[in-house]
Design a protein around this ligand. Structure first.
Ligand code: C2E
Ligand code: MG
Ligand code: MG
Ligand code: MG
Length: 291
């Protein structure tokens, strides 16, 4: 029933629909309609330079407020879209919108857009990136595409060619959720990434006594630097975590201690006379079970 079905669950639609596949199909239909009816939004989460609180980038994160279910998590609807061809148009929409929104920000602020493997490996992806840049007028260097290791699971020749074409256009490439998944370092040997994003899971446990997460953060930042890449540490919520990642060499942080993702209207209110800074604010200590 509706009362039992919370955010991130399939149970909302009907108690009779036991079949998960049918429920995915319903969600997919609603998502397709929402895209057509322009009911999807992009919110933006700042990436902050620790030393001076300057916002150097913003990650576009998709948001969907369903008429009956309320906010549906992208952690739920993106995988459903990825299992269908809808991820193509959904991702293309996000690229266009993000480039357009970024034109209203100071030109020192980059925009990062998540790209699914299926979208990345589809024919015509490079053209869509070009179109989004051309339609908006955004400088290619201000667009960062966030990819995960799943882009390496397919045809490696085609993937290499797409990488080359994107670098030729001049956009930046970031490897998201680094350290989870298969984390084969051979990807870093040949793929032209400009940035690594340290996965939140290492930050979650970086203040714990065993210290392995903190050491892994040090190692990832060192690896990234050695290869000439930038590093963003994701998911910092509390001051004790900020201290640890800072001590471990982090320069760029994206996390609730600075800001959650906000709609474009709120972003524009934060930008004053061309500058956007955010002070950290949050709990002193991270409590793992907090939500
Ligand atoms: P991601 O790309 O790794 O994005 C970071 C996620 O971590 C976001 O979740 C963000 O809200 C969350 N986050 C950031 N800082 C903190 C923090 O301090 N604490 C906590 N608890 N969470 C934090 P969100 O917005 O729910 O997105 C989840 C995932 O959905 C994204 O992970 C990304 O994989 C996917 N996604 C979102 N938007 C898009 C999109 O437009 N296209 C594609 N392909 N995937 C998207
Ligand atoms: Mg991302
Ligand atoms: Mg991530
Ligand atoms: Mg993720």
């Amino acid at each position: 029933s509706a009362k039992n079905g919370g955010r991130g669950q399939f149970r909302f639609y009907s108690a009779d629909l036991k079949d998960e596949e049918q429920e995915r199909q319903l969600l997919l239909d609603d998502l397709r309609e929402a895209l057509a009816a322009e009911q999807l939004e992009l919110h933006y989460q700042p990436v902050v330079r620790i030393k001076d609180n300057l916002v150097v980038g913003m990650e576009a994160l998709m948001r969907w407020e369903h008429a009956e279910r309320g906010w549906v998590s992208p952690g739920l609807f993106i995988p459903v879209a990825e299992d269908s061809s809808l991820i193509g148009p959904l991702g293309d929409w996000a690229l266009h919108r993000a480039c357009r929104d970024a034109m209203e920000w100071p030109d020192t602020v980059r925009v990062a857009v998540n790209v699914s493997a299926r979208q990345f490996t589809a024919n015509g992806f490079v053209d869509i990136v070009s179109d989004a840049l051309q339609a908006s007028g955004l400088d290619p260097d201000r667009l960062e595409l966030e990819l995960t290791e799943s882009v390496f699971m397919g045809d490696s020749e085609a993937t290499d060619e797409t990488f080359r074409a994107l670098k030729k256009i001049g956009v930046r490439l970031a490897l998201d959720d680094f350290g989870t998944g298969y984390s084969s370092l051979s990807y870093l040997r040949s793929a032209p990434f400009d940035k690594l994003k340290v996965d939140k899971s290492f930050v979650d446990s970086c203040t714990q006594a065993d210290q392995n997460s903190a050491k892994i953060i040090t190692a990832i930042i060192g690896l990234s630097k050695a290869l000439g890449m930038e590093t963003t540490v994701e998911g910092v919520e509390a001051f004790d975590q900020l201290e640890v990642v800072k001590a471990r060499g982090a320069e760029l942080v994206q996390g609730w201690i600075y800001a959650k993702a906000m709609p474009q209207s709120a972003i524009l209110q934060h930008i004053e006379s061309g500058v956007f800074r955010i002070e950290p604010s949050g709990p002193e200590k991270h409590r793992p079970d907090r939500r």
